[in-house]
Design a binder for this molecule. Structure first.
Ligand SMILES: [Zn+2]
Length: 291
């Protein structure tokens, strides 16, 4: 069976997996992210190829804005210094003699959910990952909607939800991720003067009205985000992942109630199936696709 290498590059660690065509992870390992990144990445990829010479191609999901056609990093300055401008596909194909494809990490993770995970079998899928920020991915008739002249397609975290709202890291005000993410939830809890962590908040909301109010504010904003995306994409299904999704059984009813008045059409909402493995599986799918 065909084997590929999936590489998931984050700000603190790089995960690598040797993956079979059916999505089975045959071997997996993790190394810390080291700057300068490119020579270090090449060294580890070649080490994996020596370990498993049958690897036919290499998929890379990386933090930052990516031009997936050229396989080049458009922007990743703060988290991965020196990574901006790196022609990863060109250099790594030259170094390995294998086909290489590069994508944004959130997009790659979305692809994993669409093909192997909670949205398996659906053609039009929106994945929202509620973690430190709000990551996202859109699968359109089975393909990733990504790239663009600035590599910024499907940057769902930076759609403006509240004009003149909380300032975002992108420099503008009121972006989705300032209201709908794990970080945003922590800020909402603090603003409400509550002493809870996000998991505690969801638990307390059963009995404490102040906690419930924070949860309702959060799910109301998430509902508006989903509603706007439905108007643009009319997707079959929305997958919600990231840390916040771990407590989904405690807030899903609230979200469903908030969705009722704002959805144009019925819509299926599911929780992501993969946590850690989505990155390497999605990266692998970049090269398992279209062969
Ligand atoms: Zn923003």
């Amino acid at each position: 069976m065909e084997k590929v290498l999936g590489v998931d590059i984050g700000g603190t660690k790089i995960r690598m997996g040797i993956i079979a065509a059916d999505g089975t992870i045959l071997h997996e390992e993790q190394v810390p992210t080291v700057i300068p990144l490119y020579p270090y990445l090449e060294q580890h990829v070649i080490r994996m190829l020596i370990k498993e010479p049958e690897i036919a191609s290499i998929g890379i999901g990386t933090h930052g804005f990516v031009d997936p056609k050229e396989g080049k990093i458009i922007y990743a300055a703060e988290t991965l210094p020196g990574w901006t401008g790196t022609p990863v596909k060109e250099w790594l194909e030259l170094a390995t003699g294998r086909r290489v494809e590069v994508e944004n990490d959130a997009n790659a993770a979305a692809l994993a959910e669409a093909k192997f995970g909670a949205a398996k079998g659906y053609g039009r899928v929106v994945v929202l990952t509620l973690g430190t920020g709000l990551g996202g991915g859109i699968i359109w008739d089975g393909k990733l909607l990504s790239g663009g002249p600035h590599g910024g397609a499907a940057e769902l975290g930076h759609m403006i939800l509240h004009p003149n709202g909380v300032q975002c890291a992108c420099g503008r005000h009121g972006c989705n991720e300032m209201y709908v993410s794990g970080t945003a939830l922590r800020r909402r809890i603090k603003e409400a003067g509550l002493p809870y962590s996000p998991p505690e908040l969801f638990e307390k909301a059963k009995t404490d009205s102040a906690a419930r109010e924070v949860v309702e504010g959060f799910t109301a904003d998430l509902a508006v985000v989903i509603s706007s995306l439905q108007a643009a994409f009319d997707m079959d299904i929305v997958i919600i992942g990231g840390g916040v999704s771990e407590a989904a059984d405690l807030w899903m009813d609230s979200l469903q109630r908030q969705l009722e008045p704002v959805l144009l059409n019925p819509l299926q909402i599911e929780v992501a199936q993969f946590e850690n493995d989505a990155g390497i599986l999605g990266a692998a799918l970049l090269v398992l696709e279209g062969e």
